[in-house]
Design a protein around this ligand. Structure first.
Ligand SMILES: Nc1ncnc2c1ncn2[C@@H]1O[C@H](COP(=O)(O)OP(=O)(O)OP(=O)(O)O)[C@@H](O)[C@H]1O
Ligand SMILES: CC(C)(CO)[C@@H](O)C(=O)[O-]
Ligand code: BAL
Length: 283
């Protein structure tokens, strides 16, 4: 696996593959890799000839009171995992390469980024859309892969690439969970042992609400039940628990079409998100 730090070294590496007619998949990450990231790399390997991963802890997408300073950084371990997973090229951009002095452009996606995490984390999705636009422009991959764990992010990126005509296929990959059901996330390492046990209330509450809604319980009542069980388990800030249209992220008050249950809540000092697909069996 080639490791590239200078943007000027990217061109020759990528051109070699392109001129041999090989397709390229990009897996953007913020590092501190786990099996969820490696599922993206596996899917990328299945779908393209060459796999490029990037690691960049993007300051633009962190709010002033968020965890930019303590976000885990472990590039050497990450590189070992990526190489073992069949990644061909690891790009490690720096902030000054991506945002040189005078950088003044923001990619802001309307509609789908406005609610939920858009409201709870002002500026977050503009930071994500801006850096993803830059990564896609630098690599020009055929496809780019993102996890369904960050469900709204995936919808924002689909919208942005379609609107800007970036000509890249955006592929979502199912959420990878620990054996007890907690969605893998780099931020899980912030949890104390006790919080890690309590955190299970998040997938459990969503699973219960999913079954309830699919079984015909009114949506508002099922969402209230989920909020109550999160609070009972020690989540002290519940940003949202909602049933939404899977494409637009607009809230739904009854079950219909392609739906997702989405939630974000904080336990101790750690904010977790999760989501589940809801299938409405008509007739
Ligand atoms: N459990 C998971 N299953 C599938 N994809 C995942 C999972 N966790 C993260 N990803 C995906 O990996 C990519 C990189 O995410 P990122 O580096 O932010 O990791 P993360 O674990 O989501 O970290 P964070 O704790 O910051 O949310 C994103 O597309 C994200 O959706
Ligand atoms: C897509 C991404 C790499 C952009 O910084 C980040 O938001 C993430 O890791 O999900
Ligand atoms: N995993 C999404 C990136 C973020 O929370 O900043």
């Amino acid at each position: 696996m080639q490791i590239i730090k200078e943007m000027s070294d990217l061109g020759p590496a990528l051109d070699r593959w392109r001129s041999a007619g090989q397709s390229i998949a990009l897996v953007p990450t913020m590092g501190a890799l786990h099996a969820g990231h490696m599922a993206l790399v596996d899917a990328a390997r299945d779908r393209a000839d060459r796999v490029v991963a990037s690691i960049f802890v993007n300051p633009l997408q962190f709010g002033a009171n968020e965890d930019l300073g303590r976000y885990p950084r472990q590039e050497d371990e990450d590189a070992v995992l990526l190489e073992a997973g069949g990644c061909d090229l690891l790009w490690l951009p720096t902030a000054v390469q991506l945002y040189p002095p005078g950088f003044s452009t923001t990619v802001s996606v309307g509609g789908v980024s406005e609610r939920w995490d858009g409201e709870a984390r002002p500026g977050h999705f503009a930071g994500v859309a801006t850096v993803v636009a830059k990564l896609l422009t630098a690599i020009r991959p055929d496809i780019a892969l993102f996890g369904e764990k960050d469900f709204q992010q995936l919808a924002v990126i689909r919208r942005m690439t379609a609107d800007l005509g970036l000509g890249v296929g955006i592929e979502g990959v199912a959420t990878v969970r620990d054996s007890d059901g907690l969605a893998l996330s780099s931020r899980n390492r912030y949890l104390s042992a006790e919080e890690r046990v309590r955190a299970l209330a998040l997938p459990r509450a969503l699973e219960k609400a999913r079954k309830a809604i699919e079984g015909g319980r009114p949506v508002a009542a099922a969402l209230d039940d989920a909020r109550r069980s999160l609070a009972d388990s020690g989540f002290h800030r519940i940003d949202y628990v909602a049933l939404v249209d899977a494409a637009t992220l607009e809230p739904l008050d009854s079950a219909t079409g392609e739906m997702r249950l989405i939630a974000a809540a904080t336990i101790g000092a750690t904010r977790l998100i999760d989501n589940m697909r809801v299938v409405w069996a008509t007739g």
